[in-house]
Design a protein around this ligand. Structure first.
Ligand SMILES: Nc1ncnc2c1ncn2[C@@H]1O[C@H](COP(=O)(O)OP(=O)(O)OP(=O)(O)O)[C@@H](O)[C@H]1O
Length: 732
């Protein structure tokens, strides 16, 4: 008798590795098939070319994901049958075998992140989750597996947190990254808030607002969103500065989002208004930072707030009504057209009296057309003339062509001289006009504020400029006259979706306008009311935003992810001085103690901090200064200490990793392995001014793994070592 050895039972890891190899083979076969032009043949040459191009595009999209086809799996029981679904960043259909991949944005993909265990399929079958498994796949190799939930061994394993901590402990990158693999249940729910409902996502620094916002765009771009699906090329993202816009845009390819426009509100507004050459100022901010007179500062703050008040929309609207009605005062329409009837040409005389025109205009103005008064008035005029001429459907295009010159001339006179810049300024500078327009909209005190000029002492640039507080009014004029949205040649179409980052700094009036620029309910606002640097522009509460948006939901992210416990504790202490909101819960991740360097030349201490960070293995290090000039001055001094820091001094500069030096306003939203706050003292960040303390908070919260605070003299009182502070709670 010969002994036969039973083959070893393959381990779970072996089985998963086999499945991975099978999946990669299946994906490569699909890519080959798409790339093979001979297979993509249509009925004619044009169809064939289109088919081949589409197939090539799909091949290119899929090939990006061959190295890491999926990151997790779900063992599910549906209608009594067990199956395993693999979840990845892109869907893949394996028609011949078991190697399909479900995309994370799909409804089924959501089950990987959710807490729920049961669901009902679109066909009405009951589904139950048996196991959630995280798979660490890199470069076509399986490096490990972690079960997050396993019904057969008691359910939740608690490993989601371990996987998250592993991810958070990785080195930072020079661009924003996706978190598809480790999206947390709370984030997943918020990201999937019903499409077509405007949402305001509130969350502390590092809670993943910006990240979640971009993931929401990817979710909206998925075909399962049906009528609410958003085309990336018709999606607009507004961020506070270009450095951040560029940094964040790097996440787009991994989320399969091609063609999203990511820019700043000012650049977008000027581009939309055709005023690209204009300089943008923020004279309120200049005054708030330079003027020591609190009465003037308060007045400047309140005036800026008034300019961005939602009620200003009504003021602009009634101002435009008055102007248009005045322009139309004595105008009438006289003209004639020719039509071919019974083989002969027949002349038809057309006329509209002034009162007929007034009636048409009033109807248009009362209707508040989203496409603007001008196109709506033209359409109303043409419709009236066509009905007067009693033309047939076939005659209509010919007649409209003949009407064009006269109608355009009349429209030109009704809308004469009404340009966004001049009209917005006329309204603010002409007391009679403002009083008349504001009658039913504003109280006298607000009117007085608008008529005052607390910024008189702040210099105006020589070249033409638009102040950030005026831009919403200019956009309101443009929007009411000609509509708002995405320009497509001469036409305008609503954006499929608009995403606002640092949304606490957007005026309520601007919200009302952006609402008109997008499809109904297609606006996502990401912000932290407690982090607002520009409160004079922003809303006091999300309810003000909801009022401007005509509804919408406010959703709150409760955890922060960015920084180590040591950094989070210090930043929380600074935020507590102005933030009355409940304490924020950070992911409990241990890191190196905060470095405190004092008593020495700034450059020498800063260079020392850089070297300590590098010795600890950190590559992406930011030296954050209070002002641009501080950064500029420090660069050559650092060289004397053998540190070559790349300066980021304006919005044209780009962050590409390594050691950089930049002012705090350009650091907002960025993150680095280590942050070094140079000049962390009371003389730089005045503790008596809340704005300065908020800036200090932004500087301190940029580091992911390490933080150093550097002061040539004494450290800022909020940053001294807790053991030296009386009455403050001690770091753990
Ligand atoms: N679920 C997650 N898994 C892994 N990393 C995450 C997760 N959520 C957030 N992060 C990380 O936390 C950091 C902060 O995220 P993000 O910049 O989106 O936060 P934020 O709320 O916009 O911050 P800020 O208000 O400072 O701009 C990023 O490094 C991000 O990758």
């Amino acid at each position: 008798m010969t002994a036969t050895s039973t083959p070893p039972i393959p381990s779970e890891l072996d089985l998963e590795q086999q499945h991975l190899s099978g999946t990669i083979t299946s994906m490569l076969a699909q890519i080959d098939a798409w790339e093979d032009r001979s297979r993509n043949v249509g009925a004619d040459l044009e169809t064939s070319l289109t088919l081949a191009d589409t197939a090539e595009e799909m091949a290119a999209m899929l090939s990006v994901h061959v190295n890491e086809p999926y990151f997790g799996s779900l063992k599910v029981r549906i209608g009594g049958r067990e199956q395993t679904l693999y979840i990845g960043k892109i869907a893949h259909r394996d028609l011949k075998g078991p190697y399909s991949i479900t995309s994370w944005e799909s409804e089924v993909g959501s089950l990987f992140y959710a807490q729920a265990l049961d669901w009902t399929t679109p066909r009405g079958l009951k589904g139950t989750i048996q196991r959630r498994r995280q798979l660490d796949v890199r470069k076509k190799t399986l490096h490990g597996l972690t079960d997050l939930y396993d019904a057969s061994t008691g359910g939740d394993t608690g490993a989601r947190e371990t996987v998250l901590l592993q991810r958070l402990s990785e080195a930072s990158r020079s661009g924003m990254r996706d978190v598809v693999e480790t999206l947390q249940p709370e984030q997943n729910d918020i990201m999937r808030a019903p499409a077509g409902t405007a949402v305001c996502i509130q969350g502390a620094a590092g809670s993943g607002k910006t990240t979640i916002g971009f993931h929401r765009l990817a979710w909206l771009a998925h075909s399962e969103r049906g009528p609410h699906q958003a085309r990336p090329s018709h999606t607009l993202v507004l961020m506070p500065n270009q450095v951040l816009a560029h940094y964040a845009s790097r996440v787009l390819p991994s989320l399969n989002l091609q063609g999203v426009v990511v820019t700043t509100p000012e650049t977008w507004a000027l581009g939309f208004l055709g005023l690209e050459k204009m300089e943008v100022t923020d004279r309120t901010l200049t005054l708030l930072l330079q003027d020591r007179d609190n009465t003037r500062r308060r007045a400047a703050w309140r005036r800026a707030k008034a300019l961005g008040d939602l009620r200003m929309f009504g003021v602009v609207r009634s101002h435009l009504h008055t102007r248009l009605q005045a322009n139309l005062e004595r105008l009438t329409y006289q003209g004639s057209v020719e039509v071919q009837r019974g083989g002969r040409s027949k002349a038809i005389t057309l006329a509209l009296s002034n009162s007929q025109l007034q009636k048409l205009l009033t109807t248009v103005l009362e209707r508040d057309p989203l496409d603007g008064y001008r196109p709506a008035f033209r359409a109303a005029l043409e419709a009236e003339l066509l009905s007067q001429a009693r033309v047939t459907d076939e005659e209509e295009p010919v007649v409209l062509r003949q009407l064009n010159v006269e109608v355009s001339r009349l429209i030109g006179r009704v809308f004469a001289g009404m340009l966004p810049v001049t009209e917005a300024r006329r309204l603010l500078q002409d007391e009679t006009a403002l009083r008349y327009a504001a009658q039913t909209h504003l109280p006298e005190a607000m009117l007085q504020l608008l008529l005052s000029d607390p910024l008189a002492s702040v210099a105006k640039p020589r070249r033409s400029f638009a102040d950030v507080t005026e831009l919403p009014l200019m956009l309101a004029v443009a929007g009411l006259l000609d509509g708002l949205g995405k320009r497509n040649g001469h036409a305008l179409e609503p954006y499929d979706h608009i995403l606002l980052d640092e949304a606490q700094d957007f005026a309520p009036l601007l919200y009302a306008l952006l609402r008109r620029a997008a499809r109904p309910g297609h606006l996502t606002a990401l912000g932290d009311l407690n982090q607002g640097l520009h409160g004079y522009k922003g809303p006091n509460a999300w309810t003000e935003v909801q009022a401007a948006l005509g509804g919408g939901e406010v959703l709150t992210l409760s955890r922060t992810y960015r920084s180590t416990r040591q950094i989070t504790e210090l930043t929380a202490r600074v935020a507590a001085t102005y933030n009355r909101a409940a304490a924020v819960v950070g992911v409990d991740r241990d890191g190196m103690p905060v470095q405190r360097l004092t008593a020495g030349p700034l450059a020498q201490l800063t260079a020392q901090a850089v070297k300590t960070m590098q010795a600890a293995g950190h590559a992406n290090i930011a030296i954050v200064t209070r002002r641009t000039a501080d950064a500029d001055l420090l660069v050559p001094d650092l060289m004397q200490h053998d540190v070559d820091a790349q300066p980021i001094l304006n919005e044209q500069a780009r962050y590409t990793g390594g050691v950089v030096i930049l002012p705090v306003h350009l650091a907002k939203g960025l993150e680095f392995d280590a942050a070094i706050v140079a000049g962390a003292e009371a003389t730089t960040y005045d503790p008596a001014t809340e704005f300065e303390t908020r800036l200090l908070y932004v500087s301190l919260s940029r580091g992911v793994h390490a933080l150093a605070v550097v002061a040539p003299n004494e450290l800022h009182p909020l940053l001294s070592n807790p053991s030296q502070l009386e009455g403050t709670s001690h770091d753990k």
